[in-house]
Design a protein around this ligand. Structure first.
Ligand code: F6P
Length: 329
């Protein structure tokens, strides 16, 4: 039985953009139209909701976007939405357009905002995990993660060429905020000598001793991947410690891959994941679901209450961590 009271749904993207967000928007819009709903796009996330940047979306508006990175709806991180006054303005704009329900695409901050708004104003909201960090509970993978790790290994492969040519030690920093998933996966995929992640503390002295032994065997060439949230303080700090540990400054180089990891055309895996989640989000709303995030676990659709999805940061895969250690040095 479908929820007859929902007639107008709005979709928005919020927080850091992630490749595949457009594919998710497209799926939300097309599924909503299939259900004879009126669909709106909120431009610029919660900020756009507060400032009434809300427009009807028609089917042609989402043509030719499945392959595009970024987000056609734009995104933002809104401080104002954290305030009660900000949310009041946002909800009055939703009311003005007669919007009955929302689909929120983003990460942890997006889910937190959705949970609060949904509870304060009793509006049904479904979340879709859109972040390159892969740090949300309630789904095996977040939209954008697969593209980000493929961009990252592409960059590392290129760095490998020059590192090998000059027999240099490269420290490469990857995004992920407090999570090490990007660094772990891209590190394994690019055959790094060492992967430093926030979820596991690394004994840098022991690592430097090993690097020295390998340099003595005339193998200075090494690639070390560092997650930005790692406890030593990122790639620059790790490089400083390696130089202080006895390596020549001219033999050590740092590359911070940075926002490149957030851009680009989404991989097929991200497009399929986004299409699937966009579709089930609207389907879930029509079937009475609210206050939950849609996800895919072991190829099955699951809905996780926002509370659980926010609190339960996804644990890193310890099997992969162990394997990476064995395959590395
Ligand atoms: O959450 C996605 C992410 O790219 C993180 O990996 C990173 O820490 C953060 O966003 C960077 O945010 P900003 O673009 O606002 O500096």
């Amino acid at each position: 039985m479908t929820n007859q009271s929902i007639k107008k749904v709005a979709v928005f993207t919020s927080g850091g953009d992630a490749p595949g967000m457009n594919a998710a928007v497209r799926a939300v819009v097309r599924t909503a139209i299939y259900h004879d709903l009126h669909i709106f796009g909120i431009h610029g996330g919660y900020d756009g909701m507060i400032n009434n940047r809300i427009k009807r979306i028609e089917r042609p508006d989402v043509a030719n976007i499945i392959q595009r990175g970024g987000t056609v709806l734009k995104t933002a991180r809104s401080e104002e939405f954290r305030t009660k006054e900000g949310r009041e303005k946002a909800f009055s704009n939703l009311e003005y357009h007669g919007i009955d329900a929302l689909v929120a695409i983003g990460g942890n901050g997006t889910y937190t905002g959705a949970k609060i708004l949904g509870e304060e104003y009793n509006i049904p909201i479904i979340g879709i995990p859109g972040t390159i960090d892969n740090d949300l509970a309630g789904t095996d993978y977040t939209i954008g993660f697969d593209t980000a790790i493929n961009t990252a290994i592409d960059a590392v492969d290129k760095i490998r060429d020059t590192a090998h040519a000059h027999s240099r030690l490269f420290i490469i920093e990857m995004m992920g905020r407090h999570a090490g998933d990007i660094a772990l996966h891209a590190g394994i995929g690019s055959g790094a000598s060492k992967i430093l992640i926030p979820e596991k503390s690394t004994d840098l002295d022991a690592m430097i001793t090993k690097l020295k032994r390998s340099a003595e065997r005339q193998k200075l060439f090494n690639l070390i991947i560092v997650a930005e949230g790692e406890h030593n303080g990122g790639a620059m700090a790790v490089a400083d410690k390696i130089i202080a540990g006895g390596f020549k400054k001219e033999d050590v180089r740092v590359t911070i891959i940075g926002h490149m990891q957030r851009g680009g055309s989404p991989s097929c895996q991200d497009r399929v994941l986004a299409s699937r989640l966009g579709y089930v989000a609207v389907d879930g709303l029509m079937n009475g679901k609210r206050g939950m995030a849609a996800g895919i676990i072991s190829d099955e659709v699951v809905f996780t209450p926002f509370d659980e999805a926010i609190k339960g940061a996804k644990p890193i895969n310890q099997d992969l961590v162990r394997m990476a250690e064995i395959l590395a040095m």
